[in-house]
Design a protein around this ligand. Sequence first.
Ligand code: NAD
Ligand code: UFG
Length: 353
Amino acid sequence: MGQTHGHHVLVTGGAGYIGSHSAVALHEAGHHPILLDNLSNSTPDAVEGVRELCGRDIPFHTLDCSDFDGLKSLFQHQVDVGQPIQGVLHFAAFKAVGESVAKPALYAANNVGGLGVLLQVMAEFGVEAMVFSSSCTVYGEPNKVPVDEGAPMQHAESPYGWTKQACERVLTDHASSREGAKIALLRYFNPVGAHPSGVIGELPLGVPNNLVPFLTQTVAGIRPALTVFGDDYDTPDGTCIRDYLHVMDLAEAHVAALNWCLSQSKDKVRAFNLGTGTGASVLEVIHSFERATGLSVPHVIGPRRPGDVVAIWADPKRAHNELGWKASRTLDDAMTDAWNWQQRLGQPDNNAH
Ligand code: NAD
Ligand code: UFG
């Protein structure tokens, strides 16, 4: 990862799950994060958590990425105080697959429209480095695993998935339209876990859709049992396989990607898979949690969930070779940290929503 010269970095979606952890990693690497979030899926608590972990007053702006004038004022303010923004980590987006099916226009406007506005402001201020949150969902059901960055994009399964493909396209076109743009498209596999301190983590709203928050809420007694969505797939134990990545590894990958952007001598746009390179089945995740915490996970086998990819995991070699990044934490580490965070979070009613 290497020590850096301390760049001023805008973190959109900085109060969110991955943005907050990445802000801490940026600070630890010597950069100066500036957080921006409209708090549509987060609370100021996460910002306080970031400040606590960084031990200083990290700037935070309640702002929407579609607010052209608001963004311009922020970029101008940074110029005025002699701390111009030099790069952007762009996390801000809506991410609920099911909701995107019900509200495709909202997802297009927020995810693709927000990126468009942000890129225009960046261009006005000559800011070229962007690290973008993409997803392995762009690959759909892969023809072979592990999947590398050369794998073809499939027809998007959901409007959410389409927004990630569309944003990658917008960024690729943006890079070819101007000299100097340096863009890393980070295709995350499945981020899980929390900061080991338990100070920041994932804040699921309502009933979680994702495996790990549902699992930890079940063990906490908030849900009666975890339903395993199908055990009759063509996999060794019949359950679906994913590449679960500790969120702190993912956070550190953003620092590596930013440093990569800032060190490019000419314009460049490049996709990187971020995963461990190893797949784990749903049952293996349950066993990992039980091994890591000594607690048992009440679970039942249910029907398949429509639209689920059967098995996908990353070939992360490019990120290793070109960014110098490799996941170092285990699934058991992620389970320990997810449980620690769940205990701190308590009942969902305690969440300020
Ligand atoms: P999150 O919802 O916790 O964080 C996103 C943050 O962006 C939230 O705090 C939300 O309030 C904010 N936001 C949304 N729209 C905004 C806007 N227009 N202006 C300002 N702020 C806005 O989600 P996350 O899990 O941290 O995901 C971050 C990024 O990573 C997203 O782009 C998501 O699509 C992508 N991603 C996430 C996963 C995952 O499993 N968590 C997987 C692949 C990709
Ligand atoms: N699962 C269960 N029970 C649950 C929840 C999930 O068995 O209660 C299973 C799913 O069937 C799947 C695995 O656990 O096999 C992981 O499911 P998640 O919902 O946690 O994650 P997905 O891989 O389905 O989707 C995630 C994000 C999407 C994103 C996708 C690819 O939620 O937003 O990764 O990046 F598009």
